[in-house]
Design a binder for this molecule. Structure first.
Ligand code: ADP
Length: 551
């Protein structure tokens, strides 16, 4: 591991120190990939298409608008918007101007929204039509916001109780497009995103221009997301959470065609866009792909154009890796990261040794979360922060460091996750001899059964492979003898009558005997966090005494 300091004074290199600014990505894109397309499904329902050249011109108009609004460098300007071209313009217009783009996650609870808007001290909020009612419902609690700009044409402007509500298109139409992007310290904040805060208030993560640009450069290659210039990609991962995994920035480097789904995240809408635009690369969380795969099954069609699907945010089940490959000829690239990591940490990309592997062995390898992208260092440690071996067996707390990893939360004194220059991810993991990471669990979700650990993720993934189950969630329930034992909560496919005994029989040859859940509860639906993950905190509260009461 690097990190030792040299004894003598170094001889410095003589290269220029040009600042790595978000605006330089846009300038590069405009001069090099002017005709690259950006296609968006709009809230209005229609499809919009234009080029990077158009987007760059409008980003400059936006910067002029911010200047007229009196926005200063470092001020927070927020967005509450789907993935779409206007949001892309805001990514560049706001950060390029020197202000900080605060992307708000509309799926947060109302009180969390109020908290983050006030905590970030947002001066203006740019909002999609869909989310106007949401802001109206909290407007009295966010009264320090000076104005709301609604992302639509004048004729679509809604009746609204939001104070100082203006129309984006009318405002832009009145601005010149001759703005010169300012130069400033590359360490300045470019954007911010709050964690979805499953416990306590959300915490603000402040990305710098430097970290954003380096992250974008690192994530384009085939060993990462593979956003080649020839690629046409559809990020379902939202621009309102961790910058759609940085893809709006990386796309500017390569000029890849971008297809934005807007509010249409259901299987049918996604398929329509994928087919119409011949998308070859998809990016998103497993829940979305389950919907798409189910839809494709129901219409009996194949995702002909899709070559790769990047899946992260939660573990990709083996059954999903297999389905994409065997039904659609698409390779699932499993990735792991977090809001605090911009977010890319590891990627399980194509590799030469996979090519020659028997399929089942390859699938098992693909189910691992992958290897670190250059720039990310990782290690696992025990309770005393001593490093554990990379043998694929030892399980420990996963620590990371690197130039796009958080060093402290915004306006927050909590230093509990920061250990000697490393960030404690809160994940429990193994790392094998080839540096492949396997996430065992969130440290708070792992089930501690009689001193041994059971991974809730592994159990969920094994169970969800059953064709009659649609979603599975495993939580730790208190147990008199073993301290904790797993309880499986599951939703059944429509019309299924599958029983507890059937599921147990199905699991018998898939997990160790002592991992088998002590109870299986069928539920109508499972709750999710703002980022589409299972909301285990709530479920744990409801079911923590389930086994004691049942006994
Ligand atoms: P939040 O949803 O709270 O904002 P993040 O989006 O930052 O959180 O999620 C980060 C966490 O999600 C990781 O620490 C990890 O537990 C989980 N995660 C992300 N990708 C994967 C993956 N591929 N497999 C398993 N867990 C994952």
């Amino acid at each position: 591991m690097s990190g030792q300091s040299l004894p003598s004074k170094p001889l410095l290199g003589q290269m220029m120190e040009r600042p790595l600014l978000v605006s330089t990505l846009l300038e590069h894109a405009e001069t090099t990939h002017a005709t690259s397309e950006i296609v968006s499904r709009r809230c209005e329902g229609d499809i919009h298409r234009y080029t990077i050249k158009d987007a760059a011109s409008r980003a400059r108009k936006l910067a002029n608008l911010l200047s007229r609004f009196g926005v200063q460098q470092g001020d927070r300007v927020a967005t509450l918007a789907w993935n779409g071209y206007r949001h892309w313009e805001l990514y560049y217009g706001v950060s390029g101007f020197g202000a900080v783009l605060h992307t708000i996650n509309p799926r947060l609870f109302a009180e969390q929204l109020v908290y983050i808007v006030n905590h970030a001290e947002d001066r203006f909020i740019f909002v999609d039509l869909t989310f106007v009612p949401l802001l109206e419902s909290i407007k009295d609690q966010i009264s320090r916001v000076e104005g709301f700009v609604i992302l639509c044409d004048e004729d679509k402007m809604p009746e609204t109780s939001l104070p100082n509500a203006l129309c984006y298109e009318t405002l832009l139409a009145n601005e010149p497009d001759d703005f010169v992007w300012p130069e400033f310290d590359e360490r300045s904040a470019a954007s911010m995103c709050y964690t979805s805060g499953t416990t306590g208030n959300p915490k603000g993560v402040l990305y710098s221009h430097r970290s954003t640009v380096i992250h974008a450069m690192a994530s384009i290659g085939e060993e990462a997301l593979g956003l080649a210039s020839t690629s046409c990609f559809l990020p379902v991962v939202p621009m309102f959470h961790v910058n759609a995994w940085g893809t709006p920035y990386s796309a500017a480097i390569t000029g890849a065609k971008q297809v934005f789904p807007g509010p249409g995240m259901d299987g049918a809408s996604l398929w329509e866009l994928i087919d119409a635009e011949q998308v070859d690369l998809l990016l998103g969380v497993p829940t979305v792909w389950l919907m798409l795969l189910n839809h494709m099954d129901s219409i009996g069609k194949k995702l002909e154009s899709v070559q790769n699907v990047v899946v992260g945010g939660s573990a990709a089940p083996l059954s999903m890796i297999r389905d994409f490959q065997e039904k659609h000829d698409a390779f699932l690239i499993h990735a792991w990261g977090m809001t605090e990591m911009s977010p890319i940490g590891t990627v399980n990309a194509h590799s030469i040794h996979m090519e020659s592997m028997p399929l089942e062995e390859r699938y098992r390898l693909q189910a691992k979360q992958g290897r670190p992208v250059y720039g990310v260092e990782m290690k696992i440690v025990d309770d005393d922060n001593r490093e554990l071996p990379r043998d694929g067996e030892a399980r420990g707390r996963l620590l990371v460091r690197g130039p796009w990893i958080i060093s402290g939360y915004y306006n927050n004194d909590d230093r509990s996750s920061f250990i000697d220059g490393w960030f404690d991810t809160g994940d429990v993991a193994t790392i094998d001899e080839n540096n492949y990471l396997t996430i065992v669990d969130r440290s708070k979700d792992v089930i501690k059964s009689g001193g041994e650990w059971i991974s809730s993720i592994d159990l969920e993934n094994a169970a969800v492979g059953h064709p009659e189950l649609s979603e599975c969630c495993v939580i730790a329930a208190r147990h008199e003898k073993w301290s904790e034992r797993p309880v499986l909560l599951a939703t059944r496919q429509e019309g299924s009558q599958i029983s507890e005994a059937d599921v147990l029989r199905y699991l018998e040859d898939k997990v160790a005997k002592w991992w088998l859940p002590d109870a299986i509860v069928f539920v109508e639906s499972l709750p999710h966090t703002a980022t589409g993950k299972l909301l285990k905190v709530d479920l744990r509260k409801t079911y923590e005494n389930y086994l004691l009461e049942k006994a």
